[in-house]
Design a protein around this ligand. Structure first.
Ligand SMILES: Cc1cc2nc3c(=O)[nH]c(=O)nc-3n(C[C@H](O)[C@H](O)[C@H](O)COP(=O)(O)O)c2cc1C
Length: 169
């Protein structure tokens, strides 16, 4: 698929069929994630791949905006130990966001649907997911990406708005 087509087709998909995502597809998604840019190439990310039904069910309690039923969730975490030092340590958020967008775009390319559900900087949802994953404070859950075979098809669209573009020069 052309990059432009994937960019326009990428929409948040929140309803999925029961068909599981194949292991090979999960690996493709993770390769895409880790191809992303990161400040000083620190790659301060960790990915938790959840296919366990009961954990997926528990994830729904993390936030009232992330109660999707999917066969797969990838939780993207920032690893503070791999991040740059202060005052630029929070570049990890941008690094993990680039990795997340790569997952969303590769999902489209593979015929899958996905939605980015934000956690960080919401303290309670972060803590909830940290507890579920059994990880310490060195890892900050940034989002839950639910992924699956789409049971809804939001249309492709272009949100281009020339008023938001400022040419200097
Ligand atoms: C940082 C971030 C947090 C988001 N959190 C949620 C969320 O908690 N639940 C949800 O259903 N969608 C969430 N979304 C998806 C947005 O609602 C969605 O991207 C936006 O409405 C535009 O629609 P589109 O993705 O179809 O282009 C989030 C997106 C981003 C980038």
């Amino acid at each position: 698929m052309e990059v432009k087509e994937a960019l326009l087709k990428r929409r948040s998909v929140r309803k999925f069929t029961d068909e599981p995502v194949l292991k090979e597809q999960i690996e493709e998604l993770l390769h895409a994630a880790m191809s992303g840019p990161s400040a000083c190439n620190r790659q301060p990310w960790e990915f938790y791949v959840i296919t366990n039904e009961s954990v997926l069910e528990e994830l729904k309690t993390a936030s009232k905006f992330s109660k999707m039923s999917a066969k797969l969730a990838i939780i993207v975490c920032g690893n503070v130990d791999r991040a740059l030092p202060d005052p630029i340590s929070s570049y990890w958020i941008q690094d993990c966001s680039a990795a997340t967008e790569n997952i969303l775009l590769r999902a489209v390319d593979l015929g899958l649907g996905a939605v980015w559900c934000g956690l960080h900087p919401q303290r309670r949802p972060e803590e909830k997911v940290r507890g579920l994953l059994g990880i310490d404070e060195k890892q900050i859950p940034m989002n839950i990406i639910y992924i699956g075979h789409p049971a809804e098809e939001p249309g492709a669209r272009d949100q281009y708005d020339e008023e938001r573009v400022h040419y200097i020069g």
